[in-house]
Design a protein around this ligand. Sequence first.
Ligand code: ZN
Length: 118
Amino acid sequence: MKSSTRQIARQRIQVLFRQAKKVHATNPQLSSRYVETARKIAMSARMRLPVEYRRQICKNCNSLLVQGENCRVRVRQRREPHVVVTCINCGFQTRIPLRKKKGKKEIEQDNHSDEAPR
Ligand SMILES: [Zn+2]
């Protein structure tokens, strides 16, 4: 069953992120390796990393981003409100739009394409 593969992947990702957080202060390199592994698991299960995790990592160097430690978070209001997260480790910037949620759009339903034009 496809869904159970994903469930297992999700659980493993969860564990890896927990570990990544735990070792981050003492061993950032190991922490990045956990993040990298979690991303690979997501990829092989052909699922996207859950949003809550995607926002905590640097896509460029796989660092776990901890506010006040190795990343800078700025809120910008130009055009549309968004948050810019800068990884201090490598300088990579992640842009997170702050769109207001309209109704309930579950991310879980990924069988069905969400890329519909607005
Ligand atoms: Zn980085």
